[in-house]
Design a binder for this molecule. Sequence first.
Ligand code: SAH
Ligand code: SF4
Length: 348
Amino acid sequence: MSSHPLNLYELNLADLTEFLTGLGEPAYRAKQIWQWLYRQYTPDFATMSNLPQPLRDKLDANATLDIGPIIAEQLSNDNQTKKVLFQLADGQQIETVLMRYEKRRTLCISTQAGCAMGCIFCATGQMGFFRHLNSGEIVAQVIHFARELAAEGEHVTNVVLMGMGEPLHNYENTMTAVDRLTDPTGFNLGARKITISTVGLVPAIRRYADEKRQTPLAVSLHAATDAERDKLIPVNRKWPIADIIEACRYYVAKTGRRITFEWALIAHENDTPEQAQALGRLLQGMLCHVNLIPLNPTQKYGGQPSSRARVNAFQQGLARYGVSSTVRVRRGIDIQAGCGQLKATVQK
Ligand code: SAH
Ligand code: SF4
């Protein structure tokens, strides 16, 4: 790892200052570079026009701003969704997706190369775990698209941690990256605009609650009975539904925030009246909302998305318990915009 040059997006302002003083530079240079990094999204040191040339050369020799080359890219037919596959310094590949919807410019970013949780319907879970991303690799995905959008006079409005990987399995680096993106002296994205999505790592949910973080939390439930969830999500054996719901109630009590539950509707699997009823009972009276997303089919899982009629019936089943839900459209379906799907396609 140490053979790779330091990516400056791994540093907060204090670290950057230390790095520059280590290079024999005055501290104020760090502030100048910080502006280039988080306000201009400058792609290289050469264009940092207020730095003396010898410093730019020194930075070139010792550091980088580059997350790595894009090795595959796909644009949806309607041009609204764009997915890129980055190759990182050590050869690992990760996906980032830009979704344009009305005035929103939402990025779906990765927190790990692969994922250790093994959800059977998920393309990332199917490939297994390679490694955690460091905070710079998480932040740099956002900066890449911020730069691209800025060229069109636009900016990133929302970030969802729903790309490859389980954010709470890589807790420290993920929260460091989130803190960097919300830093008012830097990128300054509102914390409410960054959604953390988790498969349900119970101790990490409690820690997240204790830290009273402002970033919204989404929990990927996908089943309301352990018998069903065990089939889809292996880690459910370690932290079953009752424990997850208890941790979610703890989160709501601690923070006063609404929690979102994600539910990928799989035809005749988890879209039955029994599952709707079980979910309604589970969530009744809780400050929460359910996102229903018809399954994105993947290569190694035979499940199919639920029909419109079954989606509607499921939603009505929840409404009987006073549980609110929204049916999400699968955007970018023609470009395998589900997490892990571009890498899986490229490797095939
Ligand atoms: N590991 C985290 C975040 C990344 S996955 C988590 O599981 O929440 C982001 C979301 O995509 C999760 O809700 C996940 O369950 C969902 N997902 C994964 N594969 C999918 C598929 N094939 N179709 C629909 N949703 C899927
Ligand atoms: Fe990992 Fe989330 Fe995919 Fe499950 S759904 S394998 S937790 S990325």
